[in-house]
Design a protein around this ligand. Structure first.
Ligand code: AHR
Length: 503
């Protein structure tokens, strides 16, 4: 394998890495809530029923913001069902996941959980079966200080101060025919614009996310965004993007190149948003809220849903992630960071059990899946300014994306601490020698090279019995000679290369 080269210079800045890029997602789906973040009677549960072991792992994961309560679930949800005395809450049919929703967990439990997890919250309103009034009601309950029926109801429920939730999603995936309350782009665009206008009258400090396409393969992709934004541009702050990559067909070369697709998706949404801005003579640039992304063995979902009737919190899409999947997740994070100038929020879907970095057993332990590690390390070390890099790399052939570079990278420079971090993926089945030119940042020394290498055991997974089979390991610390440094990236690996100024 020929080597690759990377030159890093702080003069070429993309922009600051927003902490909101390290978001996650808690949906009332499968065992994400029930048996995931919440399990009264569990050995680690607090008096409210929040699993402390999951809270600990959430903090360790470094999650910054959590989207709630869906997802497809929100499109049939009545938020009022989930507040007030638990004994009075109704049991409902959840049409999205063919599940019985007990409503034992609702808005106030989620807010308490988020406070303990130390995360910001991002709420979604139901624009599937509901509309402007219900969205306003929820915002009044959540953010209005008091003296009105719904803000006083919150106080009656024991929450004196308003939560001050800043991020709000105007519905979920309403372009999708599977969505309860599915709409055309014009229908949704009008409803989203009117809801946005009314919500900002209640609380002008909030930021709003209009629904983009459910993925870039949707037949309406791009025209959906264009139409929706023509209705909503002046009222919203973000357009959403969702994407999942399915490794089920075993085409490893292609799945390892998933970030190529995410990169193109972001470019297309940015181009569409900028086109609408030009047409509407809007100077303000819209950002993307990439509020669902992950690897997902999605082809297994139908079997999961068909297998059963109406039950509470069934195990649903509890994918076991391999070492290769972890490399892909690391690469998707690289891509999100590289677009830090236009992606302002990103949420990995989901947090616990449902295609999640954290797995649990009801009544049993919680453990880290393979994909936990690249997320946690990126959230920990991606600080400061994202730098533009132009790696020179060998390439390889993929069935889905054609010729693809084997190397993918992003670099961040933290002006305060002087630290430089490079995240790098080697998609090749062979080790990749990488030469770094760091002369633009004089005085840097190697601190650490961590790798999550899938080459030796690509299908390895973490399980309850073997929770640490897939973990990052340290490689020799990189040494720099006159600002030049050579490292070796193992076959099929995700890497963190850290440099500092201290001896
Ligand atoms: O995250 C799982 C589901 O995927 C979400 O509910 C939905 O928004 C998406 O299609």
């Amino acid at each position: 394998m020929h080597g690759a080269q990377l030159t890093i210079d702080p003069a070429f800045a993309i922009g600051p890495a927003d902490r909101r890029l390290f978001g996650s997602f808690v949906e009332h789906m499968g065992r994400c809530v029930y048996g995931g973040v919440y399990e009264p009677g569990h050995a680690t549960a607090d008096p409210l029923g929040l699993r402390r072991d999951v809270l600990d792992l959430t903090r360790e994961l470094g999650v910054s913001v959590v989207r709630y309560p869906g997802g497809n679930f929100v499109s049939g949800y009545r938020w009022e069902d989930g507040v007030g005395p638990v004994g009075d809450r109704p049991r409902r049919l959840d049409l999205a996941w063919k599940t019985i929703e007990t409503n034992a967990f609702g808005l106030n439990e989620f807010m308490t959980w988020a406070d303990q997890a130390g995360v910001e919250t991002m709420m979604a309103v139901n624009l599937g079966t509901r509309g402007v009034q219900e969205a306003c009601d929820l915002l009044e309950y959540t953010n209005h200080p008091g003296g009105t029926q719904l803000s006083d109801l919150r106080r009656k429920h024991g929450v004196e101060d308003p939560y001050g939730v800043k991020l709000w999603c105007l519905g979920n995936e309403l372009d999708g025919p599977w969505q309860v309350g599915h709409k055309t782009a014009d229908e949704y665009g009008r409803l989203a614009a009117e809801t946005a206008r009314a919500m900002k009258l209640i609380d002008p400090s909030i930021s709003l996310v209009a629904c983009g396409s459910s993925n870039s393969r949707m037949p309406t992709f791009a025209s959906w965004e264009a139409t929706v934004l023509e209705h909503t541009y002046e009222h919203v702050d973000y357009i959403s993007a969702h994407t999942y990559y399915d490794p089920s067909d075993g085409d490893r070369a292609s799945i390892l190149a998933s970030a190529i697709d995410m990169d193109g998706f972001i470019n297309d949404v940015v181009a569409t948003a900028d086109h609408v801005a030009a047409k509407l003579r809007q100077k303000r640039k819209l950002k993307i809220s990439f509020d669902e992304w992950n690897v997902w063995y999605e082809s297994r979902l139908k079997a999961d849903l068909d297998r059963r009737g109406w039950v509470e919190a069934p195990a649903l899409i509890e994918d076991d992630f391999t070492a290769v999947d972890a490399v892909v997740v690391g690469d998707l994070l690289i891509t999100l960071l590289r677009h830090a100038d236009r992606v302002g929020v990103a949420c990995q879907a989901q947090l616990a059990n449902v295609i999640a970095p954290i797995r649990t057993r009801n009544g049993g332990p919680a453990w880290r899946q393979s994909i936990f590690h690249p997320f946690a390390l990126t959230a920990r070390y991606a600080r400061g300014t994202v730098l533009r890099t132009e790696p020179v790399s060998p390439s390889y052939e993929t069935r889905r994306y054609g010729d693809v570079p084997v190397l993918d990278t992003v670099a961040l420079h933290d002006e305060e601490s002087g630290e430089l971090v490079v995240f790098a993926v080697n998609r090749s089945e062979e080790d990749l020698p990488l030469d770094l030119d760091l002369r633009g940042l004089p005085g840097l020394r190697g601190v650490e090279h961590l790798t999550l290498a899938a080459g030796d055991d690509p299908e390895a997974i973490n399980t309850e019995a073997e929770p640490d089979r897939v973990t990052p390991r340290a490689l020799p610390t990189p040494t720099s000679d006159g600002g030049r440094c050579s490292v070796r990236l193992p076959a099929v690996s995700w890497n963190v290369l850290r440099f500092g100024t201290r001896p």
